[in-house]
Design a protein around this ligand. Structure first.
Ligand code: C5P
Length: 229
């Protein structure tokens, strides 16, 4: 008997308001070339042949999403997000099929390349408990003291930037996210919930142009990366 390959469900938390962008509209809807940030992000995920379903977690007040061309794509489903990013991811995980893999990706990373998704998906063979895209730290790292001056230099050896997508067995991730939230753990990415549960996710080197649009300056850079495609 042939075993069915596990389903891959992309989960996109897009329920935040992006206050650091100082814009009137949530940052995922800011224009980037011909469409908004979220539309670019969804295009990459929807067009990837190994991603079976894309679940977007939206703010309960969101009235913009239905106007996107991607909103009616047959692979796409929406859920209502929660208070924190982790709550929004958990809402998406609730509708993932049993036995599937959850590929969680920030709405605000529109420059993701399909080749990075392939690399991460391939890492499942050696890492049955999951992995994340990440980049080794290049700069010398400093920890500030309470006066905002340099308190110490932190050794950058073995320090990494955690990127997205982050890929985990959906049920395992849902279980650790849920428990970590109930225990008041500060969850800034999915891997931190897995770590809290005792899992050591693998680090897969990702591309430097997979930036998160966080500050107004990042928009021009993202536009440049997309235009180069
Ligand atoms: O604010 P930050 O850039 O860290 O948000 C990361 C991602 O999490 C964004 O895509 C944002 O829309 C999402 N988010 C969410 N639900 C929240 C807060 C943030 O889906 N309650």
């Amino acid at each position: 008997m042939k075993t069915q390959p596990s389903k891959v469900v992309a989960i996109v938390p897009a329920a935040g308001i992006g206050s650091r962008m100082q814009a009137d509209i949530p940052k995922q809807y800011l224009p980037l070339g011909e469409q908004c940030i979220l539309a670019h992000t969804l295009d990459v995920l929807l067009n990837h042949d190994k991603i079976d379903q894309v679940v977007v977690a939206l703010n309960p007040e969101d009235q913009t999403f239905p106007s996107l061309a991607q909103a009616t794509h047959p692979k796409l489903t929406t859920v209502v997000g929660g208070k924190e990013r982790a709550d929004s991811v958990l809402a998406g995980l609730k509708i993932a099929d049993s036995g599937s893999w959850a590929l969680v990706h920030d709405a605000a990373r529109p420059c993701l390349k399909p080749s990075d998704i392939d690399k991460l998906l391939a890492s499942r063979l050696d890492n049955p408990q999951g992995a994340i895209l990440a980049m080794p730290v290049r700069d010398t790292m400093k920890r500030a003291n309470t006066q905002g001056k340099i308190g110490e230099t932190v050794c950058r050896e073995s320090l990494w930037h955690a990127l997205t997508p982050q890929l985990f067995p959906a049920e395992l991730l849902a279980s650790y996210l849920d428990k970590a939230l109930q225990n008041g753990v500060n969850i800034t990415d999915e891997a931190s919930a897995m770590e809290w549960g005792g899992v050591q996710p693998a680090l897969v080197i990702g591309r430097a142009d997979n930036i998160k649009v966080t500050h107004p300056d990042d928009l021009a850079l993202a536009e440049l990366f997309l235009a180069r495609r």
